[in-house]
Design a protein around this ligand. Structure first.
Ligand code: GLV
Ligand code: MN
Ligand code: MN
Length: 421
């Protein structure tokens, strides 16, 4: 697919559901990317399900008369530009459509659906902005396929070098370059895009809240203050593959044992530093057989803290404990940083303006990463959060009440109206 061209097959919307509300829009994609084995949704970037979601987005944007294109970093843009304004300095909203494995229905798609409905609200309010409004969909926000979160916004802003991005591999060993080419896009054109970046005058991302802040405050919508600094590290333990029955306990060099010590060290180290979070959510033993002592284990560590120096200290502690455990087991350990994002504070003036126009909506920090946080280092950016009655995210239990979803889209429209007029 050449840049700017779309060759996606768009499925017809369900009869009677035109996608006029956030709930209707999300209803149209409720069966896309369902994961029967894990529960919830698995919508990895450039998979069939994620491409179907992109086709759905294009169809819904075109139904609204928006001009859609996909840029050289795989970011889809839909423009409402009734005044034919220069796109530089536009107001842009949007989110992502990819998911974590077995994720919920709202992380990402809520922001995309709300952006489309917000355009409807602005039209219904009789707004004819002199500037353009863009709706952007960023690829691989979760980093669940190629390991680096916010891949699209990092490429756009130059925070991720294209050479490194192209060499990233998915769990099957497919490189990003290969997957990009198979999706019909030219991997040669990845990288910082000053022209696309200059089109974003202000960015506002609406997102399901990934915590209990709005439950406790009894409010449907909040404005974000900051995103916790976070990073990912791969701990690769190498030992000796062997037979589970024929190898005496004293003769083993089992990397799973060393990895287990690293998991416990992560818990202990995070508990020893106030506000730290450390998680090992993915462990892959190789070759991975019940009666096989693994020859290697890869364990991925996610560490977050408001103070980036504390994050570094926690990672150093865990790495040291993991290295000790590896030595004791006769194994080797290699620790590789795969990504890091410093704590991001959203533009204070923009945050206060949005809080004012949203009638004193509460202000909340978040522990989850977002494309808006990457963009915040380059353009004035903000986020709105919509109440999640379970407080749970990255899980099928993630939830949003229908009424809150519509209130969120209306709040987004109000925020955009304020920025556009
Ligand atoms: C993405 O949601 C993250 O916080 O890792
Ligand atoms: Mn998200
Ligand atoms: Mn997420």
């Amino acid at each position: 697919m050449a840049e700017g061209k779309l060759d996606l097959v768009t499925p017809p919307p369900p009869a009677g559901n035109r996608g006029d509300t956030v709930t209707e829009l999300l209803g149209q994609i409720a069966d896309t990317g369902r994961d029967a084995a894990r529960g919830g949704y698995s919508r990895p970037v450039l998979s069939g399900s994620e491409r179907d979601l992109l086709a759905w987005f294009v169809e819904q944007a075109q139904r609204r008369g928006l001009d859609v294109d996909v840029d050289r970093n795989g970011i889809a843009w839909a423009w409402w530009n009734p005044s034919g304004a220069d796109l530089r300095g536009s107001v842009v909203t949007g989110s992502h459509l990819d998911s974590v494995p077995g994720g919920g229905a709202f992380d990402g798609p809520l922001g995309v659906a709300s952006a489309l409905v917000a355009v409807d609200h602005l039209r219904a309010r009789g707004i004819t902005p002199s500037r353009a409004l863009g709706v952007a969909v960023f690829p691989e926000e979760e980093g669940s396929r190629f390991g680096v979160a916010c891949l699209g916004s990092r490429l756009l802003t130059g925070e991720l070098a294209p050479k490194r991005a192209l060499a990233l591999t998915d769990p099957d060993g497919t490189t990003l370059a290969e997957a990009w080419g198979r999706a019909g896009m030219d991997p040669a054109h990845l990288g910082r895009d000053d022209e696309a970046l200059a089109r974003i005058g202000t960015f506002v991302e609406l997102h399901v809240e990934q915590g209990r802040g709005l439950i406790d405050l009894d409010a449907p919508v909040a404005v974000a203050s900051s995103v916790l600094g976070h990073g990912r590290w791969r701990l690769s333990f190498t030992g000796e593959g062997n037979h589970a029955g024929a190898t005496l306990m004293a003769d083993r060099r089992d990397p799973v044992v060393a990895a287990a010590a690293a998991v416990l060290a992560a818990r202990q180290s995070a508990l020893a530093h106030a506000d730290a979070r450390a998680t090992v959510g993915r462990i892959v033993p190789v070759p991975g057989g019940t009666n096989v002592i693994a020859s290697r284990v890869d364990a991925w560590l996610d560490v977050r803290h408001p103070d980036d120096a504390v994050t570094a200290a926690v990672v150093a502690e865990i790495s040291e404990r993991a290295a000790e455990a590896a030595r004791a087991e006769g194994c080797e350990l290699v620790v590789t940083q795969e990504s890091f994002s410093a704590t991001a504070h959203f533009d204070g003036v923009l945050r206060d303006r949005l809080t004012r126009v949203l009638s004193g909506a509460p202000v909340l920090a978040t522990g989850a990463g977002h494309d808006a946080a990457v963009l915040a280092g380059h353009v004035p950016s903000a986020m709105l959060f919509v109440r999640n009655p379970t407080g749970v995210s990255h899980s099928p239990a993630e939830a949003v009440e229908d009424d809150d979803a519509e209130q969120g889209a209306a709040a987004l429209a109000t925020a955009l109206e304020h920025l556009l007029t």
